[in-house]
Every structure is written in C-alpha cells, then in structure tokens.
Write a protein that binds this ligand. Structure first.
Ligand SMILES: *[C@@H]1O[C@H](CO)[C@@H](O)[C@H](O)[C@H]1NC(C)=O
Ligand SMILES: *[C@@H]1O[C@H](CO)[C@@H](O)[C@H](O)[C@H]1NC(C)=O
Ligand SMILES: *[C@@H]1O[C@H](CO)[C@@H](O)[C@H](O)[C@H]1NC(C)=O
Ligand SMILES: *[C@@H]1O[C@H](CO)[C@@H](O)[C@H](O)[C@H]1NC(C)=O
Ligand SMILES: *[C@@H]1O[C@H](CO)[C@@H](O)[C@H](O)[C@H]1NC(C)=O
Ligand SMILES: *[C@@H]1O[C@H](CO)[C@@H](O)[C@H](O)[C@H]1NC(C)=O
Ligand SMILES: *[C@@H]1O[C@H](CO)[C@@H](O)[C@H](O)[C@H]1NC(C)=O
Ligand SMILES: CC(=O)N[C@H]1CO[C@H](CO)[C@@H](O)[C@@H]1O
Length: 804
C-alpha cells in the first residue's frame, strides 16, 4: 500500500491483539475468485500490468462549469502523459481515465502501471496516489459476511408529527448498492415538489426509467465499477443500472428516509409500520458504488463528489475498509477524503463503525469529520425454541419460516458423533464443510459447535442442509444475540450452557430426539438497548485522542424494504416473496443516525454538520429501558469505546441547549497534530494555512469535539495532570446559566473551570478547561461524563482517559 504513497509522516499503527487471527481471516476472504483469470484487455496494452489507482489532488475549485471541467480533464491527461510518453496518444489516455473529481475536491482515478503511480505521487499538487481499494458492506462482520441476512425492526420511534413535518427540503444521499424504486417505502404520496436547490439526476438503464424517480426518490446514479481483476469495463458508455439487486441499499435507504408503510412485515414477523428515521418527507438520492458485496473506493469518491454538487445535505455510507488493519492513513482512505471535503461544503457524512467487535481497536471510519455509528440490539427478539425428547425446552434465537411442529420429533445427533471417514472429530463437531457423514445425519436434527470463526453460520447451515438433515441447533455463545434468517430451514442458536445440557441429554439416552419450534417474536425485551455483540469497538486504531465510535443506534434484526429479487427464493413455498426483510449490522444503525440528522436539519436549516452531530451526541442516552446504565451483550456495563455518547434520542436532539462546534480550522489543526506537513494541508484545504508551531499528537485531545479522549495520562509526568479545552455555543434561549457536573471512575479526579458559565445576548460562546488528575486512578482506560445543566437542558460529554 505504501509503495505508491508519498505520505511517510503518518504515525505507525496501533498494535492489534488478534493480529494473527485477523490476518488469517483476511486471507481467507481476500482470495479473489478469479486467481487464474488474466485481465487480457489490459495486459495487451504493452504487456504492462495496469491497476486502478486513485490520484487525489486536494481541494477543488467547486466548479460546475462544463468548460472548466473540460480544462480539468486536459490537466489530468497532461499529468498522465508527463509520467509516460506513451500516454501522449490522447485517446489512450482518456480510455484509462476512469473517474474525474471536479467539485468537492480535485483528482481522478485511472488505470496505471506501478511506475506511473509512483512517478505521479512525486509531483507537486498531488496529495496521494493509492490503489483503488475494494471496500465492504457493513451488513455483517467480515468473517461472517455471507451471513448477510438476519433481522430487523421499525426504526427508532418517530417524533410526533409537528407542523414542519409536511414538507422537507432535506436530502439524504445513500452511497450503497443502489435502490429498488418500486418499493412502497419510496412512494411519494403527500410529499411536496422537489426542492429547487436540487441539481441531481435520475440516470437511466434498461431496467430503470426516469419515471422511477419521484418526489421521494429524487436522484439515482450509478458508477462503472472496475473489476478488481482489472477487467476493463470502462472506456465505453457507462454500464450498469441504479437498480439494487442485493437489497442492501434499498434497506439502508428505507431506514434513513423511507415513507410510512403500514402493516409491513417479514412473513408476519416484526409486523408494524415501516418508516424512515427522518420526517416522512425527507428526500432520498441513491448512489450505487458496489458490485456485489465489494464497493470501489474510487467510485465512492466520485459519488461523494456528485452528491455534494447535486445538493444533498447528509450522506449515509454503510461501507468500510474490510478490516481495520487496512486503515493506514486518512489520505489513502476514500471515505475519509470524500467526507472531509463534503464537511467543508456543509454536508454531514454518517458512516458505520463496522462489525468487527467485540475486540478493541476495531472501529473503522474514524476521521473526526465523520459521524461514526455503533449498533445496538433493540427491545425485540426472535426466538425459536428447542424441545428435547425428555420434554426439556431451551429458548434459542433465530428467524425461521420452517414447518416443524411440536407434535413430531426428530432424531438428534451431535456433529462430532457423525464425522465422515478420515475426518477429525474436531472438524465434525463444528460442522465444517465435508466433515459430516451424510448417512449419519440425514433425517436428523444436527447439533454443531462454534469453536472458532473460520466457518460462518450460513455455511454451517448449508453443510447440514446439504447432508439432508432436518434442522440445525447451533451452539454459539457469541452470536446468539444476533438472530439469523435461515429461511425455511429449521434452525436455532443457543448459548454454551444450554448447549452443554443438550449434549448431556444426547449422551444420556440411546435415541435422543428433538424438534425446533416456530419463531416467535418477543417484544418489549428488557434490558434494551444493549450494545450489539458484533459492533466494532474503540479506541480508534488511527487516533486514540479522538473518541470513536461517536454514537449508537439500532442495528440488530431491523425490518426494512429490500429488493424482492434478492430474496426471491426465500420464504415458505406458495407465498409471495416478502418486500421487507430483517437484517443486522452497523450498516443498519448508520442510516438511523442519518435519518435522525435529517430530522434535526429539517428543523434547523442553517445548522452546520458539526452542530447537528453535537446535538445528537450530547443528548444521546446512556440508560436502558430499565433505567439502568446501558450494558453490553455479556451483561457488563457498557463504555464509550462500545457506544460512544450512547443511543441516539432524536427528539431530545432538537433541543440540545449547547453545542460543540468543530470548525474547518479545528480539522486542519487536527491534520497538523496528526503529522501531515503544511504543504499537504494547504493542498488538501486550498487555504493559506499554517500549522501551529507546536503540533503534537496529544493536542488532538483539545480539538473542539463533542467527546473527550486522552490516549495517555502519565502519572509521572506533570504530577499526573492533563488539561484539555472545549468551547460551547449557546443555541437555546439567549440568557442562560449552566453548571458543570462530573461523573468519573474512582480515583480519576476531573475539574471543570469555570464550572459555571453564563450566556447572554452578546455572549454566545464560552470556552472552558477540563483538568484530569490521574495520580490515584487505576491503570488503563477510565471513563466518565461531564454534563452542563441549566433548568431545561442537560448537555452531556463522555470522556475516555488512558492512565499509565
Ligand atoms: C470482462 O468483462 C466482460 C463484460 O462484462 C466479460 O464478458 C468478460 O468475461 C470479463 N473478463 C474477465 C477476464 O473477467
Ligand atoms: C396486514 O396484512 C395481513 C396479511 O399480510 C392481513 O391479514 C391483515 O388484515 C393486515 N392488517 C391490516 C391492519 O391491514
Ligand atoms: C462487556 O464489557 C466487559 C467489561 O468491560 C468486557 O469484559 C466484555 O468483554 C464485554 N463484552 C463484550 C461482548 O464486548
Ligand atoms: C416441510 O416443508 C418441506 C419443503 O417444503 C417438505 O419437504 C417437508 O415435507 C415439510 N415437512 C413437514 C413436517 O411438513
Ligand atoms: C459425552 O460422552 C463422551 C464420551 O463418553 C464424553 O467425551 C463427553 O464429554 C460427554 N459429553 C457431555 C456433554 O457430557
Ligand atoms: C441560523 O438562523 C437563525 C435565524 O435566522 C440565526 O439566529 C442563527 O444565528 C443562525 N445560526 C447559524 C449557525 O448560522
Ligand atoms: C499566507 O499567509 C501568511 C501569513 O499568515 C502571509 O505571510 C503570506 O503572504 C500568505 N501567502 C499567500 C500566498 O497569501
Ligand atoms: C416466522 C415464522 O414464520 N415462523 C414459522 C416457524 O415455523 C412454524 C411452523 O411450525 C410456522 O408456522 C411459523 O410461521
């Protein structure tokens, strides 16, 4: 990755606890399906291997003029020919140019040789050159990504219809797998005219007409995605369609801003009114950047560039780099680059944190100008009960549409006792592919263990199904809280203690039997919300002095619209395919927050993106529906590395009282403290900016962010004291007095000065200091909150302080 980058001053990455495991899993997933394919068209070109690279040139001129774009294209071609004379032939140059970025920022993507890429990276005005990364959808964890369908629920309770709900000019751009426009969730009944500021387009394709866009779905674009094997699908007219064949983009779009659809359900489950998180008239613009589960980084950059030009207010991206191991640098990360410039132009970018939890240091999309979303389980569960021959029952979790009943039981067998010839029992107990003896499992319900993550539960289901078993009971302590949709195959998941009892039962009798009952929906589950097991955790692998993730929203078993095609085979025989389905992942939590941000934006049109982010963060809740401190899926108190500022609470965000505004200057100083040079920062920002004389990483803690993180408080340095600064802006009534209240873990002393602040008509902003004294604190991360209170507001900031 580094070979073609001209950035060397980035600090080294944090270490990872399960580096080896991660690497192994990565390898398993990165093996391209086409190892042997030869990219013939490309190789023919002088026999030089060409790869798709992004050439990022920093801030743009925000020009919409066509002639300036043409001039820009000529510049790009000139750059190409300057590093390789064979490029002089204009036509070939244009053929190799794939995406051009003209609006929010400047640059292009092109098919280049490694030598060309490295020569380009040395040229003045080019900030970074990096191979187009393939990013992944955040539907499920990367080791389990086939396991993509699991569950859903209607989004966070919708705010009551206010007078402003009748019309909204807020546009949410969804960068994803496209959209299924016929879904009821995108009907535009009762929605007013398209806002005049809108400059987007509805791109056509054989299966997508202009008339598929309407006053709800106001824009749809798609991008040529160059195959990772270098297949040359560019050059001619764009191929493809804005239509979603996977269902992911349709799902996220309807969560963020879908219209109300009464009586939506997944074959009767999760029945209720499906609706987006924003107010009903929030507009949707769809940008399709993925082919299958892989999404091109160069196309994501183009989509952000277009979305900003089109006039979106909020961008939702449920996509990330496959593993946090690959997060090496902000300026090699297309989402971080695009989001930086979107933010500069007033657009809030909301991203999923990833599904690589619960290990620490796994959070992705961590730039401070990105709003990073973790996932929670909500107050609903789906249970499929196991009934043993001895009458004992166990509640498992699953979503099945099976046809087994309690009146008949089936022989029960443990995978280990049904090993195929020459197969180690350790493989058979985990039901690895090829490990089971068909004759020993056919017609039976099979019990499988989950000793490692090498084989996903979807694969195990296929293995067991293929061996003609009747059903699968999966022992999986880790993922038992995330129901999987097994279609019509009888399936359930149980934890270790239930698993042990079932195995004991199998041992205790000659002819063990069991059945798996229909899925029932359990509502009003307590406690809820709970941090989802898979949700990626902080601290941030790139910058521990910014607290990540930022916030949490529902992401387990979320019911929303799908592309019916994608689930065509599923469902009970004889029933029409469902138009709604349940899915899990931070992919689902991200659009909840985008919808909530659209809601705030529709009330406060002129609020900056950092004000909206702050309002949602300082009003988020840390308590569950039992009024106890939020817990994680192993029933321990949760912390900000798991849930950020807490679960979103959109209605409260309309009245935050105070906000922490992060300015463009804050972000530029962040780049200085992180280690980028003045020159690079000037290119990125297109401003005559100079870094402060002291530009040290610890200063990042004093960037005006709505949470506080201190990566290192050394007891032996400065008497164990660290001071950071924050500035709050009053957005409530002009005359107000706030008092600070601190909650901290034992031993960590926190002082806020001044601890009382007063706002008037003239005084809108107040700066205060927070001092942390760690002499008596315990080692490692200490967490707590600082809350500014007046009679009407409670403005909470969470902090994380690592004492060494
Ligand atoms: C490249 O793409 C074309 C059209 O999509 C396809 O027919 C061809 O098989 C692909 N070639 C390779 C090497 O993948
Ligand atoms: C909801 O849909 C089901 C079938 O899909 C139907 O039986 C039921 O009457 C509907 N309920 C309402 C309130 O429309
Ligand atoms: C829940 O939190 C506890 C205490 O911080 C931690 O030990 C445990 O690993 C966490 N569980 C999960 C699933 O993250
Ligand atoms: C359940 O459905 C499957 C497939 O439709 C069928 O083969 C099987 O006989 C059915 N089982 C019962 C118990 O009805
Ligand atoms: C079942 O029996 C086998 C062999 O006798 C033994 O190894 C295993 O520990 C037993 N399992 C349980 C859960 O009792
Ligand atoms: C937004 O508009 C209101 C009323 O016009 C004004 O009082 C306020 O200062 C503006 N806020 C920002 C952040 O521009
Ligand atoms: C940039 O700003 C510095 C002082 O901040 C000034 O001396 C210099 O002339 C400026 N350069 C340009 C090109 O405006
Ligand atoms: C959700 C769902 O449809 N579950 C099914 C599970 O299996 C039973 C058969 O016994 C069906 O009736 C349920 O509908």
């Amino acid at each position: 990755m580094g070979a073609s980058s001209n950035l060397s001053q980035a600090p080294s990455m944090a270490s990872f606890p399960h580096l080896l495991l991660l690497l192994l899993l990565l390898l398993l997933h990165l093996l391209p399906p086409s190892l042997s394919a030869t990219p013939s068209a490309i190789a023919a070109l002088q026999n030089l291997p060409l790869k798709h690279y992004v050439v990022y040139m920093g801030g743009g001129s925000s020009s919409n003029e066509e002639h300036e774009q043409r001039a820009g294209e000529l510049d790009f071609l000139q750059l190409l020919s300057s590093v390789n004379p064979r490029r002089r032939e204009k036509e070939r140059g244009s053929r190799d140019l794939i995406h051009q970025y003209h609006h929010a920022f400047k640059g292009f993507s092109a098919m280049l040789t490694e030598e060309e890429a490295s020569s380009l990276s040395g040229i003045d005005g080019i900030v970074s050159v990096f191979p187009d990364p393939t990013l992944q959808l955040h539907t499920t964890r990367s080791w389990d990504f086939l396991d993509s369908i699991s569950g859903l629920r209607p989004p966070t309770p919708l705010p009551p219809p206010h007078s402003y709900a009748s019309s909204s000019d807020v546009v949410v751009g969804i960068i994803d797998t496209g959209i299924w426009p016929e879904s009821q969730s995108f009907n535009d009944e009762g929605i007013g005219e398209i806002p005049s500021k809108w400059k987007g387009v509805c791109m056509e394709a054989p299966d997508f007409k202009k008339s598929n866009c309407n006053r709800k779905l106001i824009g749809a674009r798609y991008y040529n995605v160059v195959e990772p094997n270098g297949n040359d699908s560019h050059g001619s007219l764009p191929k493809g369609t804005p239509r979603d064949s996977l269902g992911h983009g349709t799902h996220t779009s309807s969560i963020a801003a879908g219209s109300r659809v009464p009586n939506a359900s997944y074959f009767g489950l999760a029945r209720g009114t499906a609706r987006g998180g924003g107010i009903p008239s929030t507009r949707i613009a769809s940008y399709k950047v993925c082919a299958g589960v892989g999404c091109s980084g160069a196309a994501i950059l183009k989509a952000i560039d277009d979305a900003v030009k089109d006039g979106v207010d909020i961008i939702s991206i449920s996509i990330g780099i496959g593993s946090p191991l690959f997060q090496s640098d902000y300026l090699n990360d297309p989402i971080a680059i695009g989001a930086f410039h979107a933010q500069q132009m007033g657009v809030l970018v909301v991203c999923s944190a990833g599904n690589d939890g619960p290990d620490p240091n796994t959070v992705g999309n961590v730039a401070p100008w990105i709003f990073t979303v973790a996932a929670s389980n909500i107050d609903r569960d789906f249970q499929s009960t196991v009934v043993l021959g001895n009458g004992k029952t166990f509640q498992g979790t699953a979503i099945n549409l099976s046809n087994l009943t309690s009146s008949k039981t089936y022989p029960l067998v443990f995978g280990k006792d049904a090993a195929a010839k020459f197969t180690p029992m350790s493989e058979a107990r985990n039901c690895y592919p090829g490990s089971l003896d068909r004759s020993k499992v056919a017609g039976k319900i099979v019990v499988c263990a989950s000793d490692d993550f090498s084989t996903s539960r979807t694969i195990k289901e296929l293995v067991v199904q293929d061996a003609k078993a009747v059903g699968l009971i999966l022992i999986n302590e880790a993922s038992k809280t995330v129901p999987m949709d097994s279609n019509i195959f009888p399936f359930t998941q149980i934890g270790n203690s239930e698993g042990l009892q079932i195995l004991e039962y199998i041992n205790s009798t000659k002819n063990p039997t069991a059945t798996i009952l229909r899925t029932v929906e359990v509502r009003r589950l307590k406690p809820a919300p709970v941090v989802a097991y898979f949700s990626s955790r902080g601290p941030s692998p790139l910058t521990e002095n910014i607290l990540k993730p930022d916030i949490m929203a529902p992401g387990v078993s979320i019911l929303a619209a799908i592309a019916p095609k994608s689930d065509a085979e599923s469902g009970p025989i004889g029933k029409k395919p469902s138009n709604y389905a349940m899915r899990s992942g931070t992919s689902m939590s991200c659009p909840h927050v985008a919808g909530a941000a659209a809601f705030v934006k529709s009330v406060y049109h002129n609020w900056s993106s950092s004000m909206i982010k702050s309002a949602l963060m300082t009003t988020a809740t840390l308590y569950d529906n039992q009024r106890k401190f939020m817990r994680n899926s192993t029933n321990n108190p949760s912390n900000p590395h798991e849930m950020g500022a807490g679960e979103i609470s959109p209605i409260k965000a309309l009245n935050p009282g105070l906000v922490y505004e992060s300015t463009n200057e804050d972000y530029l100083r962040f780049l200085c403290y992180y280690g980028y040079s003045n020159k690079i920062i000037r290119s990125v920002s297109k401003q005559n900016f100079s870094c402060p004389k002291t530009s040290k990483e610890y200063l990042i803690s004093s960037i005006n962010y709505p949470s506080i993180s201190i990566s290192k408080l050394d007891r032996k340095v400065a008497a164990g004291k660290v001071v950071v600064e924050r500035t709050v802006t009053n957005v409530g009534a002009p005359d107000a007095t706030y008092i600070a209240k601190v909650h901290s873990s034992e031993g960590l002393i926190v002082k806020v000065t001044p601890s009382k602040i007063t706002f008037t008509e003239k005084v809108k902003k107040v700066t205060f200091k927070v001092s942390f004294y760690g002499k008596e604190a315990r080692n490692g991360y200490n967490f707590g909150t600082i809350t500014w209170r007046d009679t009407a507001h409670s403005v909470r900031t969470v902090f994380a302080v690592n004492v060494v």
